[in-house]
Design a protein around this ligand. Structure first.
Ligand code: GLU
Length: 320
């Protein structure tokens, strides 16, 4: 069902064999909290326990805080994770994303969208589209209408002309998952590639065939998988893992207390103790990454979110 010419997505590793890779892809918008560290640990465990490489990718197309990426890498290393160099930054790969956008455009699969966020919110959802989907306002503008909007100075985003309204993926923890696909943004109005495009292009280009990440991203996954198929790229194996919640059952946030490694070190915990806390949250007694790797069984992972009381230290947070 490839609509455009595939490009070389599979990297040979010299001897002809291809080695799949997993990855952790943080956005450098601040320090990682223990939930992010736990997701990174899981991504590492899934990759290394299946003989895969493990990459880190800095997703810096949006929300960059100076110094955050460096601190994120240092924290991952401090809890004992290792990865295969180089660490890639999305901001250095814009030409790759543009090339994918051009291939979709050449296949007639894109259109300019002049809508503001507000206009999209106010427009009724398309009659046959998924709830909250882009209603297709700019999908069939005439050349004259487009020229008029451009002349009015409205910055255009570029959207995918999607032929489907939903797509089904398979997830290691969630099984078959069907989710909405709309005319998603490929290039934002500010000219930057959209996350959904960049992630698909990067995973394929980097030989990533296993995507382990927080389950808040599960709803975006069908559209990413659909986009991959349109670009003739392989769809990776997915595992969307539960998030960490505070004692109120809300997503863990900075205001909850000692949520980053730095916060916890400041209270006198060691990186080893924080690693132990993460291992316990996964149901293991291991104290180091190699010990945990030896015991790791994805099928036994807790499926419910991890509840953490960040106000209390390691000894008070014994398990899932
Ligand atoms: N950069 C995204 C985040 O930090 C993760 C993207 C992904 O893992 O695909 O939420």
């Amino acid at each position: 069902m490839s609509a455009v010419q595939p490009h070389s997505a599979h990297r040979s590793t010299g001897g002809g064999a291809t080695v799949g890779k997993g990855r952790f892809a943080p956005s450098p918008s601040g320090d990682l909290h223990v939930g992010n560290l736990r997701t990174a640990l899981l991504a590492w465990l899934f990759a290394r326990s299946t003989g895969r490489g493990f990459l880190l990718r800095i997703e810096d197309l949006d929300r960059v805080r100076p110094g955050a990426a460096q601190r994120q890498l240092a924290d991952l290393a401090a809890i004992g994770l290792e990865w295969d160099p180089p660490v890639v930054e999305q901001s250095t790969r814009l030409a790759l994303y543009e090339a994918a956008i051009e291939r979709l455009t050449a296949a007639g699969l894109t259109y300019e969208c002049f809508c503001t966020r507000r206009e999209i919110q106010q427009a009724a959802t398309a009659p046959h589209g998924p709830m909250g989907a882009y209603p297709g306002t700019c999908r069939d503008l005439t050349a004259a209408e487009r020229a008029e909007r451009r002349a009015a100075g409205r910055p255009a985003a570029l959207r995918l002309r999607s032929a489907v309204t939903d797509f089904t993926i398979t997830d290691e923890l969630h099984g078959e998952y069907r989710g909405a696909v709309d005319d998603l943004v490929l290039r934002r109005g500010d000219g930057m590639p959209a996350y959904n495009l960049a992630v698909v292009v990067d995973d394929a280009d980097q030989g990533v065939d296993q995507v382990v990440r927080g389950d808040d991203l599960l709803p975006s996954t069908p559209r990413q998988a659909y986009l991959a198929t349109l670009l003739g790229l392989p769809v990776p194996h997915y595992a969307h893992v539960p998030l960490v919640l505070n004692t109120e059952g809300q997503r863990l946030a900075k205001r909850d207390g000692a949520v980053t490694l730095g916060d916890r070190l400041a209270l006198g915990e060691t990186p080893e103790q924080v690693f132990g806390l993460l291992a316990r949250s996964l149901g293991y007694q291991a104290n180091t990454p190699p010990e945990l790797l030896a015991e790791f069984r994805p099928a036994d992972l807790p499926r419910a979110p991890w509840r953490l009381d960040p106000a209390r230290l390691v000894a008070s947070n014994p398990g899932p």
